[in-house]
Design a protein around this ligand. Sequence first.
Ligand SMILES: Cc1cc2nc3c(=O)[nH]c(=O)nc-3n(C[C@H](O)[C@H](O)[C@H](O)COP(=O)(O)OP(=O)(O)OC[C@H]3O[C@@H](n4cnc5c(N)ncnc54)[C@H](O)[C@@H]3O)c2cc1C
Length: 440
Amino acid sequence: MIKTDVLILGGGLAGLSTAYHLNKISKLSSLIIEKEARPGGTASSISKKGFTFDFTGHLLHLHNPYGKAFIQDLLKGNLRELKRSSWIYSHEVLTRYPFQANTYGLPDPVIDECLFGFLKTVHRPRGNEKKTSSLSFKDWALKNFGEGICKHFLFPYNEKLWQRPLDSMTTEWQGRFVPAPKVSEVLHGALMDQKKAFGYNASFLYPRKGGIQSLPNALASRLKKSQIVLDSEVLSIDLKTNQALIKNLGIVSFKRLVNTIPLDQFISLIKDIPSGIEKATSELSSNSVYCLNLGVFGKVTQKKHWIYFPEKKYPFYRVGFYHEFSPFNAPKKSSSLYVEFSRNSKSKVNLSQLESLALKALKDCKILGSENRVIVKEWIPISCGYVVYDFKRTKALNVIFPYLARKKVESIGRYGAWKYSFMEEAIMDGKRCAEKLALC
Ligand SMILES: Cc1cc2nc3c(=O)[nH]c(=O)nc-3n(C[C@H](O)[C@H](O)[C@H](O)COP(=O)(O)OP(=O)(O)OC[C@H]3O[C@@H](n4cnc5c(N)ncnc54)[C@H](O)[C@@H]3O)c2cc1C
């Protein structure tokens, strides 16, 4: 039987970072079990016929001083800094992101609706005095942005992304993700083309070569080869005996367990799980992201990184351009695109139907022209793409996490901790987890 001090489930950034930091600060042995043939999880890339596709756009926006220095060191000499160029396509017009601060260029009646609605929120605030934390996302958006901005962007876009009524969702996730411009900025952006950069990702870093896969590869290369088992899978976990059954390895015994695989899947692998925990887990919801990657001959949409599509007639919520992140992501005279769809994780999806709709819509909005020829089509389904912040989530987590803590299990990363987070945060989660384990 294989024995390790720390068994780490999942070789994405959180799992890799845990093992790396354990090596650095402790004598504890650790072993990562990864289902796929490569490390990286959702921060992976696929190369085909000279195109490099990520699992939709994966841009590095670094906020933590340690995370920033660490990632810059991992990707030394292989990073480009880019100023975000993101847009919204609606009413057959492209406007700058974020919509709420950039209505200039839209048809006049739309600008009027957005502006009047927004100004009403300022001089005649809605009577809803509930704390932000108890408002639904829908009420919060109406209260802060007014009816026009909600009608023309925030509601249709978020309904497409979240695939559920917005009054069932909380505001816990939106903090840094929904920019809140000042009144003067909303006015300015309605009267003229405002070039001010808003939001947390106004500029970002991206690998020059190798797609985002270069990041987990660089991290994995700092581990001992024997520390990560690829093409393997956790099949079941016994928390009474501290043993896990692993595909291709058999039983692995551990002193401490670190989980980074989606929390609901992880719980389903634990033997003899108490019914209360099982019930709480059944309250967790997530969305699947279906990413259609396209390798296209000919140049498309120059100097734009990605475009949001709020309108129902477009089946995708966002389209992005990998070749604008790095010219090495596509062969010369070619373009590399990602097209993103979201569905409730429980829904069945017909990918060939979605593909036909997408290709037609890409022509309708003139992203693809007659001179373009699609050379490669590559679907990447991300079965757990976005954790849903509905009103059941916090209640359920308040039952699940104390149970895991009693069992001395750490559950971290975007899906292990069941949260909306980013690559840098996954790396920081791993660091914090290693520091905690090293103290035990
Ligand atoms: C559509 C989308 C866009 C995103 N864009 C950005 C962005 O622009 N910038 C940014 O910073 N972040 C972005 N992110 C978030 C980023 O991908 C994640 O925060 C980060 O990569 C999560 O790492 P993780 O290790 O927590 O999880 P994961 O990467 O999911 O790692 C978990 C690992 O567990 C493995 N696994 C699952 N089940 C098993 C099993 N039974 N046995 C063994 N292994 C298993 C998986 O294969 C995976 O490798 C985006 C995410 C999505 C979905």
